[in-house]
Design a protein around this ligand. Structure first.
Ligand code: 13P
Length: 246
C-alpha cells in the first residue's frame, strides 16, 4: 500500500506574520497520523523549519538546482537545502515548465541531485486543456514522468513521490473529477510497476489542481490517489488541517 501525503505548495505567498499565524493555529489540529508537508518560498524555509518543530509537518523547497555548486546566480543547491533541514523539493511543476522554460531533461537532472543528497523528489506532471481536448492526456503525462525518471534507480518508496496536476485545474477552481483523475493515476501506476517492479505498488501518486476541503474526500476515495498537492487551500491553517484530516 502506498502512503498518503498532503503537501501544501505555498507558491509565492505568505508574509512572515502569516507564516507565524499558520503554525500557531495549526498546532494540535492535524489529528490524523500522516505525512503533512509544506513547501514555502525559499527565503522562508528556515523560519518554517523553526516554527514547525512542535508539529508533525515537514518542510521542503519549491525548487532546486540541477547543479552541485558554482557560478549559478540565484540557484539553490540540493546539498545546502539538505543541510538546512529541508526534506524534499518539488520539481517539474507546470508553472516552472511554463514560466521558467524547464525541460524534461533539466527536471531529470534535478531529480538526480535530490536523490544523491538524500532528499525526496516530488515530481509533477500534467497536461494542458489543449492537450486533453486533443486526446493526448496519457501520452503527455506518461512521457513527462518517464523522462523525469530516466536512469533513476530507487531503493525504497520514500525517495520519490509523483504528482499529477492537470494544468487546466490549477488555481482555476476546476477540479478533475475523481474518475478523470483516477484514469490518469491508474496509467501512472502501471508505468511505475513497469519501471520499478518491486516498488510500483508502494509509490505514492498525488493529485493536484483545485483540491479543497469540499472535494478532497471523493478524490482520496479513488484507489490510486494517495494524497494531494495543494496550492490555494493549503495557505490557511484551518483549511490545510481539514485536508490533512480527510
Ligand atoms: P491549486 O490547489 O491552487 O489549484 O494549485 C495546485 C498546485 O499547483 C499545487 O502544486
Amino acid at each position: 500500500m502506498a502512503k498518503t501525503y498532503m503537501i501544501g505548495n505555498w507558491k509565492m505567498n505568505q508574509s512572515l506574520d502569516e507564516i507565524t499565524e499558520f503554525f500557531s493555529s495549526i498546532k494540535g489540529k492535524t489529528t490524523k497520523e500522516g505525512n503533512f508537508w509544506i513547501a514555502p518560498q525559499l527565503i522562508h524555509i528556515d523560519r518554517c523549519l523553526n516554527l514547525a518543530q512542535e508539529s508533525n509537518i515537514k518542510i521542503g523547497s519549491q525548487n532546486v538546482s540541477n547543479q552541485d555548486n558554482g557560478a549559478f546566480t540565484g540557484e539553490t543547491a540540493a546539498v545546502n537545502l539538505k543541510e538546512m533541514g529541508a526534506h524534499f523539493s518539488l520539481i517539474g511543476h507546470s508553472e516552472r515548465r511554463a514560466y521558467n522554460f524547464e525541460t524534461d531533461e533539466f527536471i531529470n537532472q534535478k531529480a538526480k541531485k535530490l536523490l544523491e543528497n538524500g532528499m525526496v523528489a516530488v515530481i509533477c506532471a500534467g497536461e494542458t486543456l489543449e492537450q486533453r481536448e486533443a486526446g493526448k492526456t496519457l501520452e503527455v503525462v506518461l512521457n513527462q514522468f518517464k523522462s523525469a525518471l530516466s536512469e533513476i534507480e530507487i531503493k525504497n518508496e520514500d525517495q520519490i513521490i509523483l504528482a499529477y496536476e492537470p494544468v487546466w485545474a490549477i488555481g482555476t477552481g476546476k477540479t478533475a473529477s475523481p474518475e478523470q483523475a483516477e484514469e490518469v493515476h491508474a496509467a501512472i501506476r502501471n508505468l511505475l510497476k513497469e519501471l520499478y517492479p518491486a516498488l510500483g505498488e508502494k509509490l505514492s501518486i498525488l493529485y493536484g489542481g483545485s483540491v479543497k476541503p469540499t472535494n478532497v474526500a471523493e478524490l482520496l476515495a479513488m484507489p490510486n490517489i494517495n494524497g494531494g498537492l495543494v496550492g490555494g487551500a493549503s495557505i490557511k491553517a484551518e483549511s490545510f488541517a481539514t485536508l490533512c484530516n480527510a
